[in-house]
Design a protein around this ligand. Sequence first.
Ligand SMILES: [Zn+2]
Ligand SMILES: [Zn+2]
Length: 122
Amino acid sequence: MESEVDDRRSPRPPHRPSQPIPDPVPYEHRRDVEWATKVNRWQWADHERGHVKIDVCPRCGHRMSVFHPTGQRSGIGVIHLPDVSPMFVRCNCDVSHPGAPDGTEGAGCGYHGHISRPPFHL
Ligand SMILES: [Zn+2]
Ligand SMILES: [Zn+2]
C-alpha cells in the first residue's frame, strides 16, 4: 500500500506586502484649542485610581491616553470641593516624532491643551 503524503498542506504564510509606516508628523509644541476640543469629547472610562481616556491623538493618529486621578486628598482640615478647573492634557503617544526634545519619553507630537475634568466622584 502506498500512501501519498500531500506536502502541499504545509502552511505557507500568505504573502502580505509590508504595510508602509507613515513617517510621524514633526514634533510641534503647540497649544491647540481644536485639538483639545476633540480630546474633550472622548468618553471617560473608570480606572481603579481615577478616570482615563484612551483614543488616537487627533493630530498624529497615535494612541494616547489622559489620566485623571481621583480621591486625591491633601492637607488637613481643608474642605475639598470638586475641582472644576480645566485640566492640562498633551499628546503622550510613544512614537518619537522628529524634533521632539531629547530624553523626553512619551513626548508625543507636542500638541496640548485644556479639557474638562471627569465628573466628580466621591
Ligand atoms: Zn504621535
Ligand atoms: Zn499626537
